[in-house]
Design a protein around this ligand. Structure first.
Ligand SMILES: *[C@@H]1O[C@H](CO)[C@@H](O)[C@H](O)[C@H]1NC(C)=O
Ligand SMILES: *[C@@H]1O[C@H](CO)[C@@H](O)[C@H](O)[C@H]1NC(C)=O
Ligand SMILES: *[C@@H]1O[C@H](CO)[C@@H](O)[C@H](O)[C@H]1NC(C)=O
Ligand SMILES: *[C@@H]1O[C@H](CO)[C@@H](O)[C@H](O)[C@H]1NC(C)=O
Ligand SMILES: *[C@@H]1O[C@H](CO)[C@@H](O)[C@H](O)[C@H]1NC(C)=O
Ligand SMILES: *[C@@H]1O[C@H](CO)[C@@H](O)[C@H](O)[C@H]1NC(C)=O
Ligand SMILES: *[C@@H]1O[C@H](CO)[C@@H](O)[C@H](O)[C@H]1NC(C)=O
Length: 334
């Protein structure tokens, strides 16, 4: 009896001691040890915010808030830090999560400073969203090294300086959002030469100057938003005959070109208010059966407003404050 007891005690002690290191690992569960270390460093770099309270040491990081692991590899593939009380800079350690597919920091007004160069290590990254932050400095050229990007969103920040012309080297990009920054200089000529997919381009609400590159005549952007900048000169190259543009927004610039020379319109949305566009509204607009939104107000247009087709969708507010537009829905021509 006594002996059996002793044996059981010894056996249990042996089992417990042999299992101990194992059970420590079991505490972090599926979590990859390297990802685990990196995530704790990120938490620390962000000042251990309440937003990341679920990032508790010795627990399975794949269960932590604001991230996703791949079900097969258990590597961290998504990090989405959205709308919390978090201050500081984007930690350079994010570059040490090598399997990231999605990286998002969004709506965190106290996230400041530059984009860390370490993100260029994230060769698998497809979705990069660093938006509604207070990031400053230039939009870094090195982002173009992330050649698998499908979606690049850096809007609603305080970036200054020029748009990197190297961004035209992306071949899989579906959307490029640089709107609502303080970017200056002109739109890179290279943006008329995207190889592979042609991204939706959002450059509105910056301080861009100069002309829209003529190379844009080769590029059928499905959506192009250049509004609220200081662009000058011609925009007629955006109206590509048989093009596939759906949305063209160029309002609130200083564009000046003869609208009459546009021979075909085929978009759904055309906003060109507040420019210095002259000539007349091309008759061809009547043939654009898709046109849902049109605003040509506050320009220097003249002549009779074409009627027919879907033109009765648009009331006088689409035409006000021009030089001498006339006819319904404005007053009759003299
Ligand atoms: C998870 O990783 C495996 C192996 O790399 C990959 O085949 C699979 O597509 C990934 N799953 C998801 C949902 O990304
Ligand atoms: C940002 O920082 C300021 C000053 O430290 C603080 O008062 C404010 O609550 C912070 N806001 C957020 C959203 O973290
Ligand atoms: C990344 O985000 C995209 C779009 O939101 C989604 O389709 C994709 O599945 C996400 N990838 C991961 C690994 O969560
Ligand atoms: C940037 O910070 C200022 C206060 O310093 C805040 O008013 C503003 O909303 C922030 N910007 C964004 C995009 O959150
Ligand atoms: C545009 O399309 C029309 C018919 O839809 C066709 O007749 C014309 O050749 C096309 N023009 C160009 C430049 O592709
Ligand atoms: C004119 O059209 C716009 C856009 O459809 C609409 O918001 C507005 O209410 C209209 N104005 C009048 C006076 O009908
Ligand atoms: C067109 O733009 C002008 C100026 O911003 C605005 O007053 C008017 O309501 C707009 N009309 C439509 C239909 O968008």
């Amino acid at each position: 009896m006594e002996r059996t007891h002793l044996t059981i005690i010894l056996l249990s002690a042996f089992l417990v001691s042999s299992l101990l290191p194992h059970s420590l690992n079991a505490a972090t569960g599926r979590c990859n040890p390297s990802d685990y270390e990196v995530l704790l460093k990120i938490k620390q770099a962000l000042g251990n915010p309440y937003h990341l309270a679920s990032w508790v040491p010795n627990t399975d990081c794949c269960d932590w808030y604001a991230l996703q692991c791949n079900d097969t590899t258990n590597r961290v593939v998504e990090l989405t830090i959205f709308s919390g009380q978090i201050s500081g800079q984007i930690p350079s350690e994010v570059g040490d999560l090598p399997y990231l597919d999605n990286l998002t920091f969004r709506k965190l007004s106290n996230i400041t400073g530059p984009i860390p160069q370490s993100i260029t290590k994230l060769k698998r990254l497809r979705f990069l969203r660093l938006s509604w932050l207070n990031l400053t400095g230039p939009v870094p050229d090195f982002i173009s090294e992330l050649s698998n990007l499908i979606f690049l969103e850096l809007n609603f920040n305080k970036f200054t300086g020029p748009i990197p012309s190297s961004f035209s080297s992306f071949t899989k990009l579906g959307a490029l959002r640089l709107d609502r920054n303080q970017l200056s200089g002109s739109i890179p000529e290279s943006f008329g030469h995207f190889k592979g997919s042609v991204p939706d381009l959002y450059l509105s609400d910056n301080q861009l100057t100069g002309q829209i590159p003529n190379s844009f005549a080769n590029m059928a952007f499905s959506t192009i938003d250049l509004s609220r900048n200081k662009l000058t000169g011609d925009a007629s190259m955006l109206f590509i005959p048989n093009g596939s543009s759906v949305i063209i927004a160029i309002s609130r610039n200083m564009l000046a070109f003869d609208f009459s020379k546009v021979k075909k319109l085929s978009m759904q949305y055309l906003d060109m208010n507040h420019n210095m566009i002259y000539g007349s509204i091309p008759k061809a607009i009547v043939d654009d059966a898709n046109l849902q939104f049109f605003n040509a107000s506050y320009n220097r247009l003249c002549g009779v407003i074409p009627t027919g087709g879907n033109m009765n969708r648009f009331n006088y507010s689409s035409y006000i404050h021009n030089k001498c537009l006339c006819g319904p829905p404005l007053a009759a021509c003299k």
